[in-house]
Write a protein that binds this ligand. Structure first.
Ligand SMILES: NC(=O)c1ccc[n+]([C@@H]2O[C@H](COP(=O)([O-])OP(=O)(O)OC[C@H]3O[C@@H](n4cnc5c(N)ncnc54)[C@H](OP(=O)(O)O)[C@@H]3O)[C@@H](O)[C@H]2O)c1
Length: 329
């Protein structure tokens, strides 16, 4: 079977290679074999290919990928909650391969009529946005939330989830051409990042309560968000897009009681009971199904063009996610 593989860190398009690996074989009792259909390339995947993701580098060679969607191909003895042909989220990690054998408990049937491209992006970004919005400060209707990299996949999810919770969002981007599309998508306020962001935010939201800032960028961008918060507010940092450590100063932390926290979805998976995780996904799945959660896709590449796909995903200024397909066009 075909698989993408990382054997040596480097430029994403150099680091990734397509290899033939042995088929995973027949499922044992309580197992399924899933045929992969589609997966997205996320910023974490790019960092991983470069050798820059996380505190501990993974052992090599490895198969990248944290998410995607596919179909149940084979069922082992005793598996009754899914049937052959059901569309399921790919069991991960290591989703960038044609066929995956996994415990049947790690898959559940997805509804038939939902766009598979959106389902392929369900596992990572929707819960990230949802958990950051609800699990750090009380999400009161009428309050504001501010985020940077607001045109990202997480950013799009956060805009819609905030709106559903009755909150209003200030969305910070680095490109002027994003202002109008994000407003059309449901963002209450969209501003360009840069000097005096706090002054521009206050000029727009007046004395509105702004207790939560969601930071994907780090570096001085963290401080710009912190300055926008109401006293006692929380910055949640979840990304390293600038490659710089988060900056925050005593004026915010000491005199205004602003705090800086971190979020990592993998920790949530490790620390949360399975039934709670399943409940959260059921809720998010219903929001994907009804169109509340929807992320633009800029291109879908066949897996044989994986090198072009990762190079494209690593480029700035995309209008949406890059997906890779195992299905012939
Ligand atoms: N901590 C966690 O558990 C967790 C979970 C999910 C995602 N994440 C992180 O969340 C972030 C967004 O992920 P995604 O999948 O939503 O992204 P995405 O849809 O692939 O979009 C990438 C975004 O990053 C922006 N960007 C790239 N470099 C930047 C820089 N130097 N300064 C400011 N913005 C920059 C892009 O802006 P342009 O369009 O202007 O290029 C775009 O908005 C990533 O850092 C990812 O690693 C973290």
């Amino acid at each position: 079977m075909l698989s993408a593989q990382l054997s040596k860190f480097g430029r994403p398009e150099d680091a990734i290679e397509l290899v033939e690996l042995p088929d995973p074989g027949e499922p044992g009792p309580g197992e399924v074999v899933v045929d992969s259909e589609l997966f997205p390339i996320n910023p974490a995947d790019i960092l991983n290919l470069e050798g820059n993701y996380g505190a501990v580098p993974p052992g090599l060679p490895m198969i990248p990928g944290a998410e995607g969607v596919g179909h149940v191909a084979k069922l082992g003895a005793g598996v009754t909650h899914v049937k052959a042909g059901d569309r399921v989220l790919l069991p991960g990690p290591g989703t960038w391969r044609e066929r995956i054998k996994a415990p049947a408990g790690s898959v559940f049937a997805l509804p038939g009529r939902v766009d598979p491209r959106q389902l392929a992006m369900l596992r990572v970004n929707p819960p990230t946005a949802d958990l950051m919005l609800h699990d750090f400060v009380a999400a009161h209707a009428g309050n504001w939330v501010i985020q940077n990299a607001a045109n990202s996949g997480v950013g799009h999810c956060l805009i819609r989830l905030a709106r559903q919770a009755g909150m209003k969002s200030v969305n910070v981007v680095r490109r002027e051409e994003l202002l109008a599309p994000l407003r059309a998508f449901g963002a209450d306020v969209v501003l360009l990042d840069g000097p005096e962001l706090d002054v521009r935010v206050r000029a727009t939201i007046g004395d509105g309560v702004l207790p939560l800032a969601i930071d994907a960028v780090g570096g001085s961008a963290t401080l710009r968000l912190a300055r926008c918060l109401s006293d006692g507010g929380t910055v949640v940092n979840y990304g390293l897009l600038s490659g710089e450590p988060c900056m925050i100063d005593a004026r915010e932390t000491v005199f205004r009681n602003v705090s800086l926290r971190g979020f990592w979805l993998r920790r949530w998976f490790m620390e949360t009971p399975r039934e709670q995780i399943a409940t959260r996904y059921r809720e998010l799945l219903s929001k994907v199904a009804d169109g509340t959660l929807s992320v633009e896709v800029e291109a879908v590449y066949p897996v044989r063009r994986i090198k072009e796909a990762v190079a494209h995903a690593a480029r700035p200024g995309r209008s949406g996610k890059i997906l890779v397909s195992f299905t012939p066009a």
